[in-house]
Design a protein around this ligand. Structure first.
Ligand code: AMP
Length: 201
């Protein structure tokens, strides 16, 4: 029995992707459904967002979407959601996406996904929340992101403790297990370990 009740998924809204990216997005939706974990996401029907949400629902899972009024049309707000929350601003959308999650799963995406990932990671670093973040490196898509973070650690712009709060992986199931373990054993109580201005290290 899973101890996670909800996972927020961040991923692409693009309609122009290589279809191979859809496979993992659907698998992610199905995996959450199988574990009885609510899928929370941006509420759209397009791209990997739509793929993950439809697959979760088709597998008997629960889906909650958070979308802005403006994006309801643009991203084809998905009426298959068990709950579709329509908010006024992107800020409110992101706040609810973080608030409603027990953990986060990042799938391939563009600027919106990057922003959501970094905002959630920074929130974790400064101790605004204590929820774990996993990144699915599907088809090598996130190797450059992982390299960027490692580069920043090597150059001492980022503390190596960041590796404890974000997990990269190429397989969904181990990532979900990592989220399950870390949702209930937060790795730190001291944001200073994570902040660049902390003690020299
Ligand atoms: P993308 O990765 O660019 O395809 O975007 C993925 C999702 O992030 C889409 O639902 C976008 O609407 C959403 N998004 C883009 N920018 C923002 C933002 N500033 N705040 C919240 N969500 C955003």
């Amino acid at each position: 029995m899973s101890t996670l009740r909800s996972v927020t998924i961040y991923c692409s809204s693009s309609r122009s992707l290589d279809p191979h990216f859809s496979v993992a997005a659907r698998a992610a939706g199905e995996l959450l459904a199988r574990h009885n974990i609510t899928l929370v996401y941006g509420g759209g029907g397009l791209g990997l967002m739509g793929e993950a949400a439809r697959a979760c629902k088709a597998a008997g899972g629960r889906v909650e979407g958070i979308i802005t009024r403006k994006f309801l049309n643009l991203e084809q707000g998905w009426d298959g959601c068990d709950e579709l929350v329509v908010v006024d601003t992107m800020r409110e959308r992101k706040r609810l996406l973080i608030e409603r999650a027990d953990a986060f799963l990042v799938l391939p995406g563009g600027m919106g996904t990057f922003e959501e990932f970094f905002e959630t990671l920074v929130g974790r670093q400064i101790g605004d929340h204590d929820k774990p973040i996993a990144v699915l490196d599907d088809h090598g898509y996130y190797l450059p992101l992982q390299s960027l973070i490692e580069h920043a650690i090597r150059e001492r712009f980022v503390r190596s403790a960041v590796r404890e709060i974000v997990q990269f992986g190429t397989e969904l199931e181990p990532l979900l297990e990592w989220l399950q373990v870390h949702a209930h054993t937060p790795v730190h109580a001291d944001p200073e370990r994570f902040l660049p201005m902390g003690p020299k290290g």
